[in-house]
Ligand binder design. Structure first.
Ligand code: IVH
Length: 674
């Protein structure tokens, strides 16, 4: 990697920018990040480093120069009259010192520079506008220039005043909306009770709660707010320092974090950072660092800003937390596919604000590579501050005589032999009636990506299986309300809701039914292809391997797996139960557009001008074509958006597959000929 980077900074810059844009969208628009902040920060730092080394590569739209992510179309756009900037980060003492150095240099005198220290609240920034003392508008940060109108949602946050006494003509108050940790746990307890999926962490829950179409949902979520900055202000008092801003905000009735303090010497920021790193979990809200701002507003002016962030402020970001604890046992859990996953049972330890007792160890090879042994002291951290992970053993603390861990020979749930196929990393339990597999399969059938049966989560499925009410997914549709009410906690209302969502699930699209059946290798894309190609589950049920593998996008392994699944007696009985219950088996309606692309398989890569990826794929399918995600011998043509040089293009060129532009494709759709 490092070599490639030196050889090809252009390629690496492109790669980093694409990844950062993708993760920006996940974080800011979908409230569902896939990587830890620390990983994101590392990519951003690498990008900035390369751009510093190669200034000619710097472009104004690089993620190093922009803030957040552009607004979605769900909310009306709000243009910020004064941009909402981001903060530069420092990750260690050296980087903090470097900032101190830049500040000294920038203000050009040797006198002590006062700074305010604040907590870096892990929430989302909003700007709230008051005109003549009335709250008239609230907006998210968005890309810093244009945010989203969340006025109705912000009005439901009780600590934010809706009107102000003695207010200036115009006042914009900026700060962080967050969810207290206690409110987050209370909300998750309710979600769990109702059998719904729980939320991952307070930050994403706060962002998701604020950005609700229906503000009544926001109102239920117990959001809170800390104010820390002013935006536009017309007719207000003369303020000369950042700490006067806090006093002013407080006097108007805004919550100002009590930990915001003035430090007399800019050099004090190191000890201040360390002290908060120690105490970060003493609070009822999450912080991910400490923010320092030069106190004198005139000095702030003098230091100015880059396109992205002020030079007068810096955020010290805490490193991901690691803790050590005892490894009590290594156990194995069996998933719905029979996959046996080893996991660590740990002496409970608090990591990044919550207690960790279990952590996955993935598979036999991972345990071997980490060489963790029962009885070891191990290092634990949270990946993405969410998923606990065992980093490795502390070898200096290993007691004498600890033995290497051996993968158990038998399934912990049904006792049958576990099997590790050659060339695979996972062990499997092959017994399809293994209780762990059965409840896992039912849970999967009811999950969001499949039949989305609200109220039928892990706990209830396990309970119903234990009580003999459920033996397979077919039994869901004949659950007896009288038996259900007998369970504690399952009142009439809850039973009625459950039955209602079961009823609703009967009309889910065929692709969802196929996903729910838990056929190996059949995920969302394959299921959608099968549903549209076969048109009905009855056709798929009797299809031969040749017929299934003849379909574009379906290889021989998938075809074999599908046919084998339908050949099993117990699976056919499940299908029969679903059929009898009236579950939808019909595939998507064929479109009445001319079937000009019938028999063609068209792969799309790169960004198109006139269509999103989903739009172009739907258009191809509506005209009778297929649009799988990868190029193969069966591909008719590859459509390339922009001047994309992708691996798909290389592969298409190797296979001699025609390459089309967006315009070419539109012609093919019209004429039906390449
Ligand atoms: S000041 C021009 N102060 O951190 C200065 N930001 O990484 C703008 N944040 O977008 C921000 N706590 O969402 C400031 N005490 C604090 C903060 C804070 C959290 C967030 C804010 C900002 C992000 C930048």
């Amino acid at each position: 990697m490092a070599r490639d980077r030196q050889l090809d900074p252009v390629g690496r810059v492109e790669e980093l920018r694409a990844a950062l844009r993708h993760h920006n969208e996940l974080y800011y628009q979908k409230d569902a990040p896939e990587i830890p902040d620390s990983e994101y920060d590392a990519m951003l730092r690498e990008l900035i480093q390369i751009e510093n080394d190669h200034p000619d590569l710097l472009t104004p739209d690089s993620p190093s120069q922009t803030v957040g992510s552009s607004a979605t179309t769900t909310f009306a756009p709000v243009e910020h009259r004064i941009p909402m900037m981001s903060l530069d980060n420092a990750f260690d003492e050296e980087e903090l010192q470097a900032w101190v150095g830049r500040v000294h240099k920038g203000v050009g005198n040797a006198t002590d520079i006062k700074v305010v220290a604040e907590l870096k609240i892990d929430g989302l920034a909003v700007s709230i506008r008051y005109e003549k003392g009335k709250l008239v508008q609230a907006a998210t940060r968005g890309d810093g220039r244009v945010g989203e109108d969340v006025t109705a949602n912000v009005k439901t946050i009780s600590v934010i005043p809706s009107s102000l006494k003695n207010a200036p003509e115009v006042l914009e108050v900026r700060g962080e909306v967050y969810m207290p940790i206690s409110a987050f746990h209370a909300l998750n307890a309710i979600e769990q009770e109702a059998g719904r999926k729980t939320f991952a962490n307070p930050r994403n829950t706060a962002a998701g709660s604020l950005r609700q179409k229906n503000a009544a949902v926001t109102a239920e979520r117990q959001l809170s707010f800390w104010s820390y900055q002013l935006g536009e202000i017309v007719g207000g008092p003369e303020l000369t320092t950042q700490h006067q801003v806090f006093d002013y905000l407080r006097s108007l009735g805004f919550p100002v974090n009590p930990a915001s303090v003035v430090l007399d010497h800019v050099d004090d920021i190191i000890t201040h950072s360390e002290s908060w790193q120690q105490q970060r979990h003493s609070l009822d809200y999450e912080i991910d660092g400490v923010v320092f701002k030069v106190d004198e507003l005139s000095l702030q002016q003098q230091l100015g800003s880059t396109a992205r962030a002020p030079r007068w402020a810096i955020a010290y970001k805490f490193p991901p937390e690691e803790r050590t604890t005892k490894l009590l046992a290594i156990e194995v859990s069996i998933g719905r596919t029979g996959r046996a996953t080893p996991y660590a049972r740990l002496e409970p330890v608090v990591v990044a604000g919550s207690t960790v007792e279990f952590a996955t160890l993935h598979n036999e090879d991972q345990v071997e590579a980490k060489d963790v042994r029962v009885g070891d002291t191990v290092i634990v951290r949270k990946a993405g501050d969410v998923i606990p992970e065992v980093v490795g053993p502390v070898l200096s603390e290993r007691p004498k005589g600890l033995r290497k861990w051996k993968f158990p020979a038998n399934c912990p749930d049904c006792g049958q032999k576990l099997f590790r196929p050659e060339n695979e990393v996972d062990h499997r339990c092959l017994n399809t009636s293994c209780p762990a597999r059965v409840s896992g399969t039912i849970e999967h059938f009811a999950s969001r990506g499949a039949m989305d049966i609200e109220g039928l989560g892990e706990q209830r499925v396990k309970l119903f299986c234990q009580e003999g009410l459920l033996r397979d997914v077919g039994d869901i549709y004949s659950l007896d309300p009288e038996k259900l009410v007998k369970f504690d906690k399952l009142g009439d209302l809850s039973v009625r809701n459950l039955l209602e969502s079961i009823e609703k699930s009967k009309s889910r699209p065929l692709a969802n039914v196929l996903v729910g059946l838990n056929i190996r290798h059949v995920g969302g894309t394959v299921a959608a292809t099968l549903a549209s190609s076969f048109g009905h589950l009855d056709n798929l049920e009797i299809a031969t391997e040749e017929q299934v593998s003849a379909i574009e996008g379906i290889g021989p392994i998938i075809a074999a797996s599908v046919v084998e699944w339908f050949s099993q007696e117990e699976n056919r009985s499940v299908v029969q139960k679903l059929r009898a219950a009236g579950v939808n088996f019909a595939g998507p309606e064929k479109s009445d557009a001319p079937q000009t692309l019938a028999g063609m398989s068209i792969v799309v890569t790169g960004a198109l001008e006139g269509f999103t990826r989903d739009e172009i794929e739907s258009l191809i399918v509506a005209h009778g074509g297929k649009s799988p995600s990868s190029v193969s011998k069966k591909t008719t043509a590859l459509v390339v958006g922009g001047d994309e040089r992708s691996s798909k293009r290389t592969k298409a060129e190797e296979l001699g597959i025609p390459i089309l532009s967006e315009q070419d494709l539109l012609k093919v759709i019209e004429t039906g000929t390449l």
